[in-house]
Design a protein around this ligand. Sequence first.
Ligand code: HEM
Length: 425
Amino acid sequence: MDIESKYNISSYGFLSEYNSETMPLGWDYLLPLQENISVDDGELFRKTVHKIAPPDNELDQLIERIPDLALKDQKFLYAFLGVVQAKYVWAKGEKDTEANIPKHIGKPLHAIGTIMKLPPFFNYYPCTGFNWNLKDPSKPFSLDNIRVIFSLKQKFREHVDNFFLLHIAIEAAGGKCLADMMKAKEYMIKRDNKKLVKVMENVLTSISNIVNIMKQFPVKCSPEAYYSFRHIFNGVYDKEKFPEGIKYEGVECDPILYPSVNAGQSPIIPAFDTFLGVEHQDNDKLIVHGNQQFYHPRHLQFIFDLGRAPVVKTYIESINNKELTTLYQKCAEKILNFRRVHYSIVKTYLYEKMKAHNVDLSDIAKGERHPSDLLNSFINSTQKNHVHTLQIKNRSNPGYILIPIFVVLLSLIFMKFYKSLSQGH
Ligand code: HEM
């Protein structure tokens, strides 16, 4: 089996391609919601949700038939119902939230999530992975040639859509070298450094492209637009708003609690960290592990397998190849660059906006670590990793200076000893 099929990787990495845009047959009761998915009027949105409820027996029959649906239909329903669930909770902003999800939304969402082995609530993966298509399939992938399937809002629509499109483009840019990174293992075993150089060049190009797309945020999606819908990405951990999490009517399960939705739930940056051997602090590792519950199971397997020996950092250190060392360092610098650019975006889009709206920044931390501490900690470990590894070995490892000095000293001692011996005779 090739790498792509084994790990469910498309030509666009972890993104799914050729996504369905139509409601699966039989699920017509959801059509009025599909037409109104982007309405800004929260009251109207919730009313539409209530109005469309089908009779219980019809709903149960549909749910029973979910396993028979084509995968593309399951993906569509999973993404769509996830968006509806989040919009239903947050339809009227942060002050008027709703914790009880009606049966005809929550029950099928729970069933599809269980079947697809994905979380039965709104999260990052379907918002990007299943929420796009090429505008013109005869043309190549580019930010200008992709569109979202579900628009969340009418107001600022272009910018809100762009928010998702930028994430999708980042996933695709990073996704280009996933298979290469896995193939690198074979090249290291065969000590084929020429092929490894090619992989490292591709990795560098991918991370550089990610950073370039990140830099387009201020032009394509204004902080105002982002701030107007960011509450939809809030989790439901806030004990005041959701003392018991959220509940799905008709589903017997523990109350549902989920954290805020962000691209940290994507395996794309962890894939680069894993490939480059970027080690995070123990409490940051917990965040990364927590986010793994949102990965597609085969994407999670990809990350595990990528972390298995041989790994590039140890290999490059052991062979001391200048070209590979330089390439590694450039990749490590780029991933650090990504985190710095990301931090500046989070500052402008989130912290400064919250301050301007008189929202207490500690509100988003809820007694746990503030996201700014968390992001700084990720930056620090990336920086440490970068500075203390290969550079030391190649530029300032004392061994490289001490060995010649030691050899010269030894020769001098030997010469002196030989001279005294010959004088003794
Ligand atoms: C307006 C845009 C964005 C905002 C406001 C934002 C916000 C955040 C926040 C608040 C966190 C901390 C999460 C936590 O507390 O658990 C975070 C983490 C993270 N975000 Fe973003 N983010 C944005 C765009 C992106 C993009 C485009 C990517 C690209 C993949 C990304 C990748 C990550 C990653 C990988 C983490 C985990 C920390 C790390 O590995 O450095 N974010 N983001």
